[in-house]
Design a protein around this ligand. Structure first.
Ligand SMILES: Nc1nc2c(c(=O)[nH]1)N=C([C@H](O)[C@@H](O)CO)CN2
Length: 119
């Protein structure tokens, strides 16, 4: 199985359960691993044959910037659904980090896997 990945995609959004968090924008960071058979684009050298990581990134930036969820779990789930449904990705591992949210930690967050991992 091949992977197309996006690392440390930082996006500002409204996220959190506390009153003060509803009034500010905080940065979240996304790491994605997306299953994709890279043999065709490797043979054709055509962007049309790829899973375009730039297109995925732009879509997620637009969605996350406009969102205002309470929980990182909800935001992660919705991002994974976009990747699977709109980009035809069979399996995705998505880590959503909230840097600096807990004093003493570099980041907190969730890591989810959705879909069926190709063999
Ligand atoms: N499992 C989770 N725990 C917590 C979340 C969350 O989204 N998922 N959120 C918070 C607060 O918003 C926190 O990030 C503020 O520092 C606490 N726990």
């Amino acid at each position: 199985m091949d992977i197309v990945f996006i690392q440390d995609l930082r996006i500002d959004t409204v996220i959190g359960i506390y009153d003060w968090e509803r009034r500010v924008r905080q940065t979240v960071a996304l790491d994605l691993e997306m299953a994709f058979d890279n043999t065709r684009p490797a043979a054709s050298d055509r962007i049309e044959d790829t899973l375009d990581y730039k297109a995925v990134s732009k879509r997620l930036i637009g969605f996350v910037e406009a969102s205002s969820f309470q929980l990182v779990e909800t935001l992660a789930e919705r991002c994974a659904a976009i990747v699977r449904e709109e980009f035809g990705v069979a399996w995705v591992r998505l880590k959503l980090s909230k840097p600096g949210a807990v004093r003493g930690s570099r980041a907190v967050g969730v890591c989810i896997e959705r879909g069926v991992r190709p063999g």
